[in-house]
Design a protein around this ligand. Structure first.
Ligand SMILES: [Fe+2]
Length: 314
């Protein structure tokens, strides 16, 4: 049903710091601000794919997904009704604000707002990278992947499996990491879930992928040159073979900047389990001092609010 990550929306008091990072390190294009002053970043011919809205505190505003066929939105609503989660059809104003033709919205049990869309607006030949890079791997693989931190990833598995996400593999490092990776197109994972302490949930990182290995190398140098805190040094993941580094952003979550991610064929793919995240590299850096992501408390009847944990980045 869901076939790719279309866009991501964040709210942050430091939204004004984003254009520099996007231009100088990533090579993404900064386009005209949204109506509320949101910074809009473009990674390909789609009008924009990352939007950082001004606000008092860091918050994950919405995770935007895409379906291939308009009718699939009805299926999304049907599944939401069956699961008993809050859902609605978005109106034209909302669709317009997200540069899509149609949109439905649901809130998952951990409080993340998911927007499932059809008909993302795109102008062929309109992408202009802001530094000399080969361009981003998007198209039918979408923007990249997000890793969400949930206190119970078993429940997360149950929930997201209803929307077309299929398990690619698990990485379990006893006492340190318990994560699952899901594909909905050829990209090894568009969604990953990582276990976090009870009472909170959060957005740990967004992965964006470039077409050339050297773009990761130059990005790594530029990040250091511009004092962007490195969360994980350059390295290669065990499961999706991504050659990447992670860095902190002005807004509590992290970005993985990578190349060479594995493509999977759902027909033949057999899920596996790994006991380490990297074959080499990915050494924790100064960026790990901060929060593990944009965390929010879970609001349940009678639940105790927990402090935001200080866990390492998966
Ligand atoms: Fe990742």
């Amino acid at each position: 049903m869901i076939t790719r990550l279309a866009y991501l929306g964040i709210r942050s008091p430091r939204h004004g710091d984003w254009p520099d990072l996007a231009r100088k390190v990533w090579g993404a294009q900064v386009v005209d601000d949204g109506p509320d002053g949101a910074v809009r970043l473009k990674f390909d011919d789609a009008d924009w794919r990352l939007q950082i809205h001004p606000g008092d505190e860091d918050h994950t505003e919405y995770i935007g997904w895409a379906v291939n066929y308009e009718e699939d939105l009805e299926e999304v609503l049907r599944v939401c009704a069956e699961l008993g989660v809050e859902h609605e059809r978005g109106d034209e104003e909302l669709a317009q604000s997200r540069s899509v033709n149609r949109i439905v919205v649901f809130t998952d049990p951990w409080g993340f707002r998911h927007e499932v869309t059809w008909g993302q607006s795109s102008v062929p030949g309109s992408f202009l990278p802001s530094r000399p890079i080969s361009g981003f791997v998007t198209g039918e693989q979408g923007l990249g992947h997000v890793l969400l931190l949930l206190p119970d990833i078993e429940e997360g598995h149950e929930f997201f499996s209803n929307f077309g996400f299929r398990l690619s593999d698990k990485i379990i490092v006893p006492g340190r990491l318990n994560a699952r990776f899901y594909h909905c197109n050829k990209r090894h994972h568009s969604l990953a879930l990582g276990q976090c302490p009870p009472g909170v949930a959060g957005l740990n990182h967004l992965m964006i992928e470039v077409n050339d290995m050297d773009d990761v190398g130059t990005g790594y140098e530029l990040a250091q040159e511009h004092d962007v805190p490195i969360t994980l040094s350059i390295g290669r993941h065990t499961n999706d073979k991504q050659f990447s580094f992670y860095h902190a952003t002005p807004s509590s979550f992290h970005v993985e900047y990578g190349w060479g991610g594995l493509e999977v064929d759902d027909e033949e793919w057999i899920p596996r389990v790994y006991d380490r995240t990297a074959t080499w590299g990915h050494v924790p850096g100064e960026g790990t001092q901060g929060p593990p992501g944009i965390m929010h408390p879970l609001r349940e009847a009678g639940a105790v609010m927990h402090d935001v944990p200080e866990a390492a980045t998966p």
